[in-house]
Ligand binder design. Structure first.
Ligand code: PA5
Length: 432
Protein backbone atom coordinates (compact mmCIF):
# COMPACT_ATOMS: atom_id res chain seq x y z
CA UNK A 1 0.00 0.00 0.00
CA UNK A 2 1.19 3.52 -0.69
CA UNK A 3 0.52 7.01 0.55
CA UNK A 4 0.70 9.63 -2.19
CA UNK A 5 0.96 13.17 -0.87
CA UNK A 6 1.73 15.07 -4.04
CA UNK A 7 -1.69 16.71 -3.61
CA UNK A 8 -0.38 18.39 -0.45
CA UNK A 9 2.63 20.12 -1.99
CA UNK A 10 0.98 23.52 -1.93
CA UNK A 11 -0.34 23.13 1.60
CA UNK A 12 2.64 21.91 3.62
CA UNK A 13 5.47 24.09 4.89
CA UNK A 14 8.98 22.62 4.59
CA UNK A 15 9.83 20.46 7.59
CA UNK A 16 6.31 20.56 8.95
CA UNK A 17 5.84 16.85 8.38
CA UNK A 18 9.18 16.04 9.94
CA UNK A 19 8.25 18.01 13.07
CA UNK A 20 4.85 16.36 13.43
CA UNK A 21 6.55 13.05 12.63
CA UNK A 22 8.45 13.26 15.91
CA UNK A 23 5.19 13.54 17.85
CA UNK A 24 3.61 10.74 15.82
CA UNK A 25 6.60 8.51 16.54
CA UNK A 26 6.24 9.16 20.26
CA UNK A 27 2.49 8.49 20.07
CA UNK A 28 3.14 5.17 18.29
CA UNK A 29 5.68 4.26 20.96
CA UNK A 30 3.16 5.00 23.72
CA UNK A 31 0.59 2.94 21.89
CA UNK A 32 2.89 -0.04 21.52
CA UNK A 33 4.18 0.12 25.08
CA UNK A 34 0.73 0.57 26.59
CA UNK A 35 1.60 4.02 27.95
CA UNK A 36 -1.12 6.06 26.22
CA UNK A 37 -4.71 6.80 27.18
CA UNK A 38 -7.02 3.78 27.01
CA UNK A 39 -4.07 1.36 26.98
CA UNK A 40 -6.36 -1.40 28.28
CA UNK A 41 -8.06 -1.41 24.85
CA UNK A 42 -5.03 -1.79 22.62
CA UNK A 43 -5.15 -5.56 22.24
CA UNK A 44 -5.85 -5.06 18.52
CA UNK A 45 -2.29 -3.76 18.03
CA UNK A 46 -0.61 -7.17 18.15
CA UNK A 47 -3.75 -9.21 17.46
CA UNK A 48 -2.71 -10.22 13.91
CA UNK A 49 0.09 -12.29 15.47
CA UNK A 50 -1.31 -13.08 18.92
CA UNK A 51 -4.75 -14.31 17.91
CA UNK A 52 -5.57 -17.81 19.11
CA UNK A 53 -5.05 -20.16 16.15
CA UNK A 54 -7.09 -22.95 17.76
CA UNK A 55 -10.05 -20.63 18.21
CA UNK A 56 -9.56 -19.54 14.61
CA UNK A 57 -9.79 -23.19 13.53
CA UNK A 58 -12.98 -23.62 15.56
CA UNK A 59 -14.36 -20.50 13.89
CA UNK A 60 -13.68 -21.93 10.43
CA UNK A 61 -15.44 -25.16 11.38
CA UNK A 62 -18.44 -23.30 12.79
CA UNK A 63 -18.60 -21.20 9.63
CA UNK A 64 -18.53 -24.33 7.45
CA UNK A 65 -21.37 -25.82 9.53
CA UNK A 66 -23.47 -22.68 9.21
CA UNK A 67 -22.79 -22.60 5.46
CA UNK A 68 -23.94 -26.20 5.04
CA UNK A 69 -27.32 -25.57 6.54
CA UNK A 70 -28.13 -22.02 5.40
CA UNK A 71 -28.80 -20.00 2.25
CA UNK A 72 -28.94 -16.86 4.36
CA UNK A 73 -27.56 -15.68 7.66
CA UNK A 74 -29.00 -12.85 9.72
CA UNK A 75 -26.08 -11.02 11.32
CA UNK A 76 -27.34 -9.04 14.29
CA UNK A 77 -25.18 -6.24 15.71
CA UNK A 78 -24.62 -2.49 15.52
CA UNK A 79 -21.68 -0.04 15.36
CA UNK A 80 -18.39 -1.85 15.70
CA UNK A 81 -20.26 -5.14 15.94
CA UNK A 82 -21.60 -4.66 12.42
CA UNK A 83 -19.68 -2.25 10.22
CA UNK A 84 -16.50 -4.29 9.73
CA UNK A 85 -18.32 -7.35 8.42
CA UNK A 86 -20.62 -5.21 6.31
CA UNK A 87 -17.66 -3.28 4.88
CA UNK A 88 -15.73 -6.40 3.95
CA UNK A 89 -18.79 -8.16 2.56
CA UNK A 90 -19.69 -5.22 0.31
CA UNK A 91 -16.06 -4.79 -0.71
CA UNK A 92 -15.48 -8.41 -1.67
CA UNK A 93 -18.86 -9.68 -2.88
CA UNK A 94 -20.23 -9.43 -6.39
CA UNK A 95 -22.25 -6.20 -6.40
CA UNK A 96 -25.34 -7.77 -7.96
CA UNK A 97 -25.31 -11.44 -6.94
CA UNK A 98 -23.52 -11.23 -3.59
CA UNK A 99 -21.22 -14.09 -4.64
CA UNK A 100 -17.74 -14.08 -3.09
CA UNK A 101 -14.99 -14.68 -5.69
CA UNK A 102 -14.24 -18.36 -6.28
CA UNK A 103 -17.14 -19.63 -4.15
CA UNK A 104 -19.71 -21.69 -6.03
CA UNK A 105 -22.28 -21.44 -3.27
CA UNK A 106 -23.67 -18.10 -2.26
CA UNK A 107 -24.69 -17.41 1.33
CA UNK A 108 -26.45 -14.08 1.69
CA UNK A 109 -25.60 -12.01 4.75
CA UNK A 110 -28.49 -9.88 5.96
CA UNK A 111 -27.78 -7.35 8.69
CA UNK A 112 -30.30 -6.68 11.46
CA UNK A 113 -30.36 -4.69 14.69
CA UNK A 114 -28.66 -1.79 12.91
CA UNK A 115 -31.69 0.46 13.40
CA UNK A 116 -35.11 0.38 15.05
CA UNK A 117 -37.05 0.36 11.79
CA UNK A 118 -40.10 -1.91 11.89
CA UNK A 119 -40.41 -1.92 8.10
CA UNK A 120 -36.77 -2.94 7.62
CA UNK A 121 -37.02 -5.85 10.03
CA UNK A 122 -40.42 -6.97 8.77
CA UNK A 123 -39.13 -6.98 5.20
CA UNK A 124 -36.25 -9.19 6.27
CA UNK A 125 -38.59 -11.60 8.06
CA UNK A 126 -40.64 -11.81 4.86
CA UNK A 127 -37.58 -12.68 2.78
CA UNK A 128 -36.46 -15.34 5.26
CA UNK A 129 -39.69 -17.28 5.04
CA UNK A 130 -38.46 -18.65 1.71
CA UNK A 131 -34.93 -19.53 2.85
CA UNK A 132 -33.00 -21.88 5.07
CA UNK A 133 -31.42 -19.50 7.54
CA UNK A 134 -29.38 -19.05 10.70
CA UNK A 135 -28.49 -16.25 13.11
CA UNK A 136 -25.14 -14.81 14.20
CA UNK A 137 -25.70 -12.32 17.01
CA UNK A 138 -22.81 -10.05 17.93
CA UNK A 139 -22.65 -7.71 20.91
CA UNK A 140 -19.62 -7.21 23.08
CA UNK A 141 -21.59 -5.74 25.97
CA UNK A 142 -24.48 -8.09 25.30
CA UNK A 143 -26.88 -5.35 26.33
CA UNK A 144 -27.15 -2.95 23.37
CA UNK A 145 -30.82 -2.20 22.71
CA UNK A 146 -31.05 -2.39 18.91
CA UNK A 147 -29.43 -5.82 18.51
CA UNK A 148 -31.15 -7.12 21.66
CA UNK A 149 -34.58 -6.26 20.20
CA UNK A 150 -33.67 -7.70 16.80
CA UNK A 151 -32.41 -10.89 18.42
CA UNK A 152 -35.73 -11.35 20.21
CA UNK A 153 -37.63 -10.92 16.96
CA UNK A 154 -35.45 -13.19 14.83
CA UNK A 155 -34.96 -15.81 17.54
CA UNK A 156 -38.71 -16.13 17.85
CA UNK A 157 -39.06 -16.51 14.07
CA UNK A 158 -36.25 -19.08 13.99
CA UNK A 159 -37.82 -21.08 16.81
CA UNK A 160 -41.20 -20.98 15.09
CA UNK A 161 -39.58 -22.35 11.94
CA UNK A 162 -37.10 -24.91 13.30
CA UNK A 163 -38.50 -25.77 16.76
CA UNK A 164 -36.07 -27.73 18.94
CA UNK A 165 -33.36 -27.51 16.29
CA UNK A 166 -33.29 -23.70 16.36
CA UNK A 167 -30.42 -23.45 18.91
CA UNK A 168 -28.12 -25.24 16.43
CA UNK A 169 -28.71 -22.31 14.10
CA UNK A 170 -27.72 -19.59 16.55
CA UNK A 171 -24.12 -18.50 17.10
CA UNK A 172 -23.18 -15.80 19.58
CA UNK A 173 -20.16 -13.47 19.62
CA UNK A 174 -19.88 -11.63 22.93
CA UNK A 175 -17.79 -10.85 26.00
CA UNK A 176 -15.93 -13.73 27.65
CA UNK A 177 -17.13 -12.99 31.17
CA UNK A 178 -20.25 -10.88 31.32
CA UNK A 179 -23.46 -9.62 29.71
CA UNK A 180 -27.01 -10.83 29.15
CA UNK A 181 -26.15 -12.38 25.80
CA UNK A 182 -23.40 -14.51 27.28
CA UNK A 183 -25.79 -15.74 29.96
CA UNK A 184 -28.47 -16.58 27.40
CA UNK A 185 -25.96 -18.41 25.20
CA UNK A 186 -24.85 -20.47 28.17
CA UNK A 187 -28.40 -21.36 29.16
CA UNK A 188 -29.52 -22.27 25.65
CA UNK A 189 -26.29 -23.97 24.59
CA UNK A 190 -25.61 -21.69 21.60
CA UNK A 191 -22.14 -21.94 20.10
CA UNK A 192 -20.16 -18.98 21.38
CA UNK A 193 -17.14 -16.92 20.31
CA UNK A 194 -15.44 -14.24 22.30
CA UNK A 195 -14.67 -10.57 21.68
CA UNK A 196 -11.33 -10.12 23.47
CA UNK A 197 -11.51 -7.95 26.61
CA UNK A 198 -8.84 -5.58 25.34
CA UNK A 199 -10.37 -4.90 21.90
CA UNK A 200 -13.20 -2.37 21.60
CA UNK A 201 -16.05 -2.63 19.07
CA UNK A 202 -14.72 -0.42 16.29
CA UNK A 203 -11.29 -2.09 16.45
CA UNK A 204 -12.76 -5.61 16.36
CA UNK A 205 -13.20 -6.40 12.66
CA UNK A 206 -10.30 -8.88 12.71
CA UNK A 207 -11.74 -10.82 15.67
CA UNK A 208 -14.72 -13.22 15.46
CA UNK A 209 -16.91 -10.09 15.29
CA UNK A 210 -15.94 -9.61 11.65
CA UNK A 211 -14.36 -12.94 10.82
CA UNK A 212 -17.24 -15.27 11.65
CA UNK A 213 -19.87 -13.70 9.36
CA UNK A 214 -17.26 -13.20 6.67
CA UNK A 215 -16.08 -16.82 6.83
CA UNK A 216 -19.72 -17.88 6.54
CA UNK A 217 -20.11 -15.72 3.44
CA UNK A 218 -17.06 -17.45 1.93
CA UNK A 219 -14.40 -14.78 2.44
CA UNK A 220 -10.81 -16.01 2.77
CA UNK A 221 -10.41 -14.78 6.35
CA UNK A 222 -6.96 -16.33 6.67
CA UNK A 223 -5.76 -14.10 3.83
CA UNK A 224 -7.36 -11.16 5.59
CA UNK A 225 -5.43 -11.94 8.79
CA UNK A 226 -2.22 -12.39 6.78
CA UNK A 227 -2.73 -8.95 5.24
CA UNK A 228 -3.26 -7.46 8.70
CA UNK A 229 -0.15 -9.27 9.96
CA UNK A 230 1.92 -7.77 7.18
CA UNK A 231 0.51 -4.33 7.97
CA UNK A 232 1.35 -4.73 11.66
CA UNK A 233 4.93 -5.52 10.74
CA UNK A 234 5.28 -2.77 8.13
CA UNK A 235 3.74 -0.18 10.42
CA UNK A 236 6.32 -0.70 13.13
CA UNK A 237 8.87 0.96 10.86
CA UNK A 238 10.34 4.43 11.47
CA UNK A 239 8.28 7.45 10.48
CA UNK A 240 9.85 7.95 7.05
CA UNK A 241 8.76 4.48 5.96
CA UNK A 242 5.57 4.32 7.98
CA UNK A 243 2.44 5.36 6.10
CA UNK A 244 0.10 5.03 9.10
CA UNK A 245 2.17 7.47 11.14
CA UNK A 246 2.50 9.77 8.15
CA UNK A 247 -1.24 9.76 7.52
CA UNK A 248 -1.93 10.48 11.22
CA UNK A 249 0.62 13.31 11.23
CA UNK A 250 -0.77 14.85 8.05
CA UNK A 251 -4.30 14.81 9.42
CA UNK A 252 -3.13 16.62 12.53
CA UNK A 253 -1.21 19.23 10.50
CA UNK A 254 -4.26 19.90 8.34
CA UNK A 255 -6.55 20.02 11.39
CA UNK A 256 -4.35 22.62 13.04
CA UNK A 257 -4.65 24.66 9.84
CA UNK A 258 -8.44 24.71 10.19
CA UNK A 259 -9.21 21.74 7.92
CA UNK A 260 -11.77 20.26 10.27
CA UNK A 261 -13.57 17.95 7.83
CA UNK A 262 -11.97 15.01 6.06
CA UNK A 263 -13.81 13.51 3.12
CA UNK A 264 -12.81 9.95 2.35
CA UNK A 265 -13.38 9.45 -1.34
CA UNK A 266 -13.65 6.28 -3.39
CA UNK A 267 -13.98 5.86 -7.13
CA UNK A 268 -15.24 2.27 -6.76
CA UNK A 269 -18.71 1.66 -5.26
CA UNK A 270 -17.39 -1.43 -3.45
CA UNK A 271 -15.73 1.04 -1.06
CA UNK A 272 -19.00 2.50 0.21
CA UNK A 273 -19.12 0.54 3.47
CA UNK A 274 -15.37 0.57 3.98
CA UNK A 275 -15.89 4.33 4.19
CA UNK A 276 -18.79 3.87 6.61
CA UNK A 277 -16.55 1.67 8.77
CA UNK A 278 -13.81 4.33 8.58
CA UNK A 279 -16.28 7.04 9.60
CA UNK A 280 -17.20 5.10 12.70
CA UNK A 281 -13.58 4.33 13.52
CA UNK A 282 -12.41 7.92 13.31
CA UNK A 283 -15.63 9.66 14.39
CA UNK A 284 -16.13 7.64 17.56
CA UNK A 285 -12.43 7.60 18.37
CA UNK A 286 -11.65 11.29 17.88
CA UNK A 287 -14.83 13.29 18.30
CA UNK A 288 -14.57 14.22 21.98
CA UNK A 289 -13.82 17.14 24.29
CA UNK A 290 -15.18 19.40 21.51
CA UNK A 291 -12.29 18.37 19.28
CA UNK A 292 -11.74 16.17 16.25
CA UNK A 293 -11.88 16.06 12.47
CA UNK A 294 -15.39 15.38 11.17
CA UNK A 295 -15.20 12.25 8.98
CA UNK A 296 -17.33 12.39 5.86
CA UNK A 297 -17.33 10.29 2.70
CA UNK A 298 -18.21 10.41 -0.98
CA UNK A 299 -18.34 7.98 -3.87
CA UNK A 300 -17.13 9.53 -7.09
CA UNK A 301 -17.91 10.12 -9.78
CA UNK A 302 -21.57 9.91 -8.60
CA UNK A 303 -21.12 12.45 -5.80
CA UNK A 304 -19.25 14.86 -8.06
CA UNK A 305 -22.71 15.57 -9.39
CA UNK A 306 -23.92 16.49 -5.89
CA UNK A 307 -21.21 17.22 -3.31
CA UNK A 308 -18.68 18.11 -6.02
CA UNK A 309 -19.89 21.71 -6.15
CA UNK A 310 -19.42 22.17 -2.41
CA UNK A 311 -16.00 20.56 -2.42
CA UNK A 312 -14.85 22.79 -5.27
CA UNK A 313 -16.25 26.10 -4.02
CA UNK A 314 -17.78 25.78 -0.56
CA UNK A 315 -16.16 26.49 2.82
CA UNK A 316 -12.42 25.85 2.74
CA UNK A 317 -12.30 23.74 5.90
CA UNK A 318 -12.10 20.38 4.13
CA UNK A 319 -9.46 18.02 2.87
CA UNK A 320 -9.85 14.88 0.80
CA UNK A 321 -8.36 11.46 1.27
CA UNK A 322 -8.80 9.33 -1.82
CA UNK A 323 -8.88 5.57 -1.47
CA UNK A 324 -7.61 4.37 -4.84
CA UNK A 325 -7.57 0.77 -6.05
CA UNK A 326 -4.64 0.29 -8.41
CA UNK A 327 -5.66 -2.83 -10.32
CA UNK A 328 -9.26 -3.57 -11.22
CA UNK A 329 -10.31 -6.85 -12.81
CA UNK A 330 -12.50 -5.78 -15.68
CA UNK A 331 -11.03 -4.93 -19.06
CA UNK A 332 -14.27 -3.37 -20.25
CA UNK A 333 -13.74 -0.85 -23.05
CA UNK A 334 -15.80 1.91 -24.64
CA UNK A 335 -17.05 0.24 -27.83
CA UNK A 336 -16.60 1.91 -31.22
CA UNK A 337 -19.67 2.96 -33.23
CA UNK A 338 -20.04 4.06 -36.83
CA UNK A 339 -22.01 7.25 -36.31
CA UNK A 340 -20.44 8.90 -33.16
CA UNK A 341 -23.75 10.61 -32.45
CA UNK A 342 -22.86 10.73 -28.70
CA UNK A 343 -19.51 12.43 -29.44
CA UNK A 344 -17.50 9.75 -27.66
CA UNK A 345 -15.23 8.79 -30.55
CA UNK A 346 -12.24 10.19 -28.60
CA UNK A 347 -12.79 7.51 -25.95
CA UNK A 348 -13.31 4.57 -28.28
CA UNK A 349 -11.44 1.41 -27.31
CA UNK A 350 -10.21 3.03 -24.11
CA UNK A 351 -10.62 0.98 -20.94
CA UNK A 352 -13.25 2.18 -18.50
CA UNK A 353 -10.75 1.55 -15.68
CA UNK A 354 -8.28 3.93 -17.35
CA UNK A 355 -10.98 6.56 -17.83
CA UNK A 356 -11.86 6.24 -14.14
CA UNK A 357 -8.20 6.69 -13.22
CA UNK A 358 -8.00 9.78 -15.39
CA UNK A 359 -11.14 11.12 -13.73
CA UNK A 360 -9.40 10.62 -10.38
CA UNK A 361 -6.42 12.65 -11.50
CA UNK A 362 -8.61 15.35 -13.07
CA UNK A 363 -10.64 15.68 -9.88
CA UNK A 364 -7.49 15.88 -7.79
CA UNK A 365 -6.06 18.67 -9.90
CA UNK A 366 -9.33 20.63 -9.85
CA UNK A 367 -9.86 20.22 -6.10
CA UNK A 368 -6.26 21.06 -5.22
CA UNK A 369 -6.51 24.16 -7.39
CA UNK A 370 -9.71 25.00 -5.51
CA UNK A 371 -7.87 24.88 -2.17
CA UNK A 372 -8.65 21.33 -1.05
CA UNK A 373 -5.59 19.40 0.13
CA UNK A 374 -5.52 15.87 -1.26
CA UNK A 375 -4.03 12.70 0.20
CA UNK A 376 -4.15 9.46 -1.75
CA UNK A 377 -4.04 5.99 -0.23
CA UNK A 378 -3.33 3.42 -2.91
CA UNK A 379 -4.51 -0.13 -2.39
CA UNK A 380 -2.93 -2.53 -4.92
CA UNK A 381 -5.97 -4.78 -5.30
CA UNK A 382 -9.51 -5.40 -4.05
CA UNK A 383 -9.00 -8.70 -2.26
CA UNK A 384 -9.19 -10.08 1.28
CA UNK A 385 -5.44 -9.78 1.90
CA UNK A 386 -5.27 -6.11 1.02
CA UNK A 387 -8.48 -5.35 2.87
CA UNK A 388 -6.97 -6.88 6.01
CA UNK A 389 -3.95 -4.65 5.44
CA UNK A 390 -6.16 -1.59 5.01
CA UNK A 391 -8.22 -2.30 8.14
CA UNK A 392 -5.09 -2.55 10.26
CA UNK A 393 -3.56 0.52 8.63
CA UNK A 394 -6.58 2.64 9.52
CA UNK A 395 -6.77 1.27 13.07
CA UNK A 396 -3.15 2.15 13.75
CA UNK A 397 -3.42 5.55 12.08
CA UNK A 398 -6.57 6.31 14.04
CA UNK A 399 -5.01 5.43 17.40
CA UNK A 400 -1.93 7.57 16.69
CA UNK A 401 -4.09 10.38 15.35
CA UNK A 402 -6.22 10.32 18.52
CA UNK A 403 -3.11 10.59 20.66
CA UNK A 404 -1.84 13.53 18.56
CA UNK A 405 -5.18 15.21 19.12
CA UNK A 406 -4.88 14.60 22.85
CA UNK A 407 -7.93 12.37 23.34
CA UNK A 408 -8.47 8.78 24.41
CA UNK A 409 -9.30 7.11 21.08
CA UNK A 410 -10.67 3.97 22.72
CA UNK A 411 -13.67 5.19 24.69
CA UNK A 412 -17.02 6.61 23.55
CA UNK A 413 -18.61 8.41 26.50
CA UNK A 414 -20.81 10.52 24.19
CA UNK A 415 -22.70 7.50 22.86
CA UNK A 416 -24.38 7.04 26.25
CA UNK A 417 -26.24 10.37 26.09
CA UNK A 418 -28.77 9.31 23.44
CA UNK A 419 -29.30 5.99 25.18
CA UNK A 420 -30.19 7.57 28.53
CA UNK A 421 -32.59 9.97 26.92
CA UNK A 422 -34.22 7.21 24.80
CA UNK A 423 -34.49 4.88 27.80
CA UNK A 424 -36.12 7.63 29.86
CA UNK A 425 -38.73 8.19 27.15
CA UNK A 426 -39.32 4.45 26.75
CA UNK A 427 -39.74 4.03 30.52
CA UNK A 428 -36.80 1.68 31.13
CA UNK A 429 -36.56 0.99 34.88
CA UNK A 430 -33.82 3.06 36.47
CA UNK A 431 -34.01 5.83 33.85
CA UNK A 432 -37.13 7.67 35.09
O1 PA5 B 1 -17.03 0.92 18.82
C1 PA5 B 1 -17.80 0.68 19.73
O2 PA5 B 1 -17.39 0.29 20.85
C2 PA5 B 1 -19.30 0.79 19.56
O3 PA5 B 1 -19.63 1.31 18.31
C3 PA5 B 1 -19.95 -0.58 19.71
O4 PA5 B 1 -19.40 -1.46 18.77
C4 PA5 B 1 -21.46 -0.53 19.52
O5 PA5 B 1 -22.02 0.42 20.39
C5 PA5 B 1 -22.09 -1.90 19.79
O6 PA5 B 1 -21.76 -2.35 21.06
P1 PA5 B 1 -21.96 -3.85 21.49
O7 PA5 B 1 -21.09 -4.71 20.69
O8 PA5 B 1 -21.60 -3.88 22.94
O9 PA5 B 1 -23.41 -4.20 21.27
Amino acid sequence: MELDITGLNEFLAPDELVRMGKQATQAARDLKNGKGAGAEFTGWHDWPITYNKREFGRLLKAAARIRRRSDAVVVIGIGGSYLGAKAAYEFLAHPFTGQIGGQRRKIALYFAGINLSADYHQALLDVLSEKEWSIIVISKSGTTTEPAIAFRIFRQALEARYGKRAPERITVVTDAHKGALRELARQEGYERFVVPDDIGGRFSVLTPVGLLPLAVAGVDVKAMMDGAGQARQDLLRPFRQNIALQYAALRQILYLRGKTTEILVGFEPRLLYVMEWWKQLFGESEGKEHKGIFPASAVFTADLHSLGQYIQEGRRDIFETVLAIERVKSRLKVPPTKENSDGLAYLENRRLAAINRTAMEGVRQAHVAGGVPNIRIVLPKADAYHLGYLFYFFEKACAVSGYLLGVNPFDQPGVEAYKSSMFRLLGKPGFE
